[in-house]
Design a protein around this ligand. Sequence first.
Ligand code: ADP
Ligand code: MG
Length: 370
Amino acid sequence: MEPLVRGKTLGIFGGGQLGRLIAEAAKSLGYRTAALDASASSPALQVVDIPIVGAVEDADAALKLAEASDLLTLEWELIPVKVLELAAKARPLYPAPSVLGVIQDRLTQKNFLRKHGFPQTPFGEATTAAGWKHPVIIKRRTQGYDGKGQCRLDRESDAPKAAEVLKAPCVWEKLVDFKAEISVILARGRDGATAVFPVAENLHRGGVLHATRAPARIPRDTAAKAVALAQRIAEALGHTGVMAVEMFLLHDESLLVNEIAPRVHNSGHYSLGGCATSQFEQHVRAVCGLPLGSTDLIEGKASMVNLLGDLWANGEPRWKTLDAIPGAKLHLYGKPDARPGRKMGHYTVVGAAADAEFERADERLKALRG
Ligand code: ADP
Ligand code: MG
């Protein structure tokens, strides 16, 4: 199939910050953009040419998006597969709905990884609040993100803590004692060509990404192993577009897959400004059938710090602190209400100052909060 012609419309399922950043990249490549979200004030609907308000679960709304678009993609993996299948009949959709069918349910995703022999922590279906070899993490099979719908049980007597989470179908996972969390962001084109971004090293707080640095401080052959693993997963999935594989790096340098995100990913935000091609532009290139761009780090290093709603606790953050850092790039997503834990924006620093900025993130956030 030919690349999507400039001036045609790329339609995005979902209106969050990922959709907004995809739309901005698509626009600068010369495409028109549309997006579907339940809220007219969502980050992406503020910037696309054709905003469509409707629930992503709503088949009629999905068809409206399809009619307004020449090609479809998504920024969020939790759109019902049936809705995506319907849309895919009307317009080309990348990634294919079947990819989402594997990813959406944690149990299906883990079984897929097991079937293909990819390394993971021991897991199983969690139907009751007992019977595990502690410590474990209980996770909702569907609809979980940013650490939501999860519960950590360190010992048998913690079982009651899981009652709320266990109201929906869950999986259990053995808790991993990791040395580091890393992620591999790659793009796979419609022709199967792949381009991989430098391996990212991630720090999470309370299940939410806090900061990323790239390249990860890991041996070269460990990075190569991680990249090969992610590429094999993308291949096995038949994925098209950008994809992230979150991994745990263990003390013996072995790797376990934590989870797959079939979309652009928070841990790839450093590429926006940090790499020759951002993950957002790369995603647009991949789904529109353009050649993939260079993923080289422009200044050798980059880091990214997330700005959560908690920063607004004392009113508007003191932006002066960030504005004064030469080279720091602020990206706010335009979300109207700053709730605690909500991702409101991020900032990046590239080049020589990136490592220090990663180490100094907490100090900066404290100063920002006022
Ligand atoms: P989400 O979809 O919310 O990102 P994850 O499964 O990635 O869910 O879990 C969020 C974070 O919780 C991970 O990045 C990691 O820090 C921690 N975590 C999740 N599962 C495990 C595990 N089995 N062992 C240790 N830490 C874990
Ligand atoms: Mg995760």
